[in-house]
Design a protein around this ligand. Sequence first.
Ligand code: FCX
Length: 455
Amino acid sequence: TKTLRQALEEVIPAKQAQLKALKAEHGQAVLGDVKVEHLIGGMRGLKSMLWEASVLDPLEGIRFHGMTIPDCQRELPAAPEGKEIIAESMLWLLLTGKVPTEAETRQLSRELAEKGELPAYVEKLIDSLPTTLHPMTQLGMGVAALNHDSAFAAAYEKGIKKSEYWTYALEDSINLIARLPALAARIFRNVYNPGTPIAGINKELDLVGNYVNMLGYGGNHDLTEYLRLYISLHGDHEGGNASAHTAREILASCMDVVQANACLKDLVGSTLSDPYLSYAAALYALAGPLHGLANQEVLRWQLNMRKELGDNITHEHIKEFLWRTLKSGQVVPGYGHGVLRNPDPRFTALQEFCDTRPELLADPIIQLVKKTYDVAPDVLKEHGKTKNPYPNVDAASGCVLHHYGITQFKYYTVIFGVSRALGALTQFVWSRALGLPIERPKSLSMDAIEKLVKA
Ligand code: FCX
């Protein structure tokens, strides 16, 4: 049985050779035009980033190393007593491009469980925060503080070779992924159940099994399975989304500072050049309501709808509520996407999870999400602004958590944050393995653009 590191070591040389050949043979090939509208439109659709683990097709949705969600559900190992994809098999796939064996998956689960304890100083830091501080703010702070023990930063300070960066990046990334459940669960306990004990880490369990135990829902098999699926599916969504891009960009910027100051040895440890600080930055991008915070917003919006309209909500009622939201200038949370132009297959997968469980189908909030889906696309089409009138993953993710008793919707994006580390840190490791340079796109002022276009 290979370790994750060995599996990665095997695939790196071929990828390095691929990059070298791509640069030498096609470095000057044109992939598209840069238009003025790209500069003022958030670079939507501009092909300008390298990202290995997943690619998002506007119509078909996400593929992880070429595998669709149903492919992953069929082929990636589940937990011993479960059926859903687990975070470990998804992480293995994202990092190596290969489907792990059962034994490899279990070995990775054990490694994560062994590394999952939080250092005492981080527990103290989190315990000292006001419980009114948003859970996402707390998560970012905890992740940033973990950089105290960054192997990457320490090794850099000693002066390692560029070719060795990835090994330390991997060590930090695994440690961070391993510790996220304990950190996220501590935040949950402090904010919502102060003073209650947190379960210890069971070395025989997978990452999400332990997370559910630490959240205080141990023994709820269906919730555990749901979160396994949720965390695997939210793991990566190619590179241009705000959180993933932040993790990459911050890394690049840090490396600039590091390289520029290589002679100033004691500056290195204080730069942002490690996975912890990069991922903390990514979390704060995820915390925006147009991105990851949308899953909290969806539930808030659907609960408001229920409060206002009562229990017997018809399609007509929902239409009126949708129009009221739109006319008040707000977005309909959980609908629309920067890339997708069809219903999000992650939304579909989460809906299918519900479809096989009668108790979920009977839940009024889950019914409301389904009913909203019946009418929202047509309302959004009639409204005429949204390029994609269909649901994204956030439209479905929160209502199932609500059903299982995690009703504290301000916490939902933290679960997304535990998940997105899989993809963002995968790219962190690959950026180092491929020796990618600092990101430094060119910016222009409006005057400079006018000069260029009028010339
Ligand atoms: N409700 C109302 N209006 C919407 C809308 C929605 N759900 N989605 C897009 N629009 C509007 C935009 O606000 C924009 O209006 P403007 O011209 O007045 O600025 C117009 O339609 C065109 O936007 P569009 O090109 O379709 O979408 P963008 O790429 O600019 O934005 C997001 C994509 C996802 C930000 C947008 O659809 C949105 O705000 N959706 C609601 C929030 C949400 O669900 N976010 C989660 C997305 C994702 F899944 C994730 O990151 O987790």
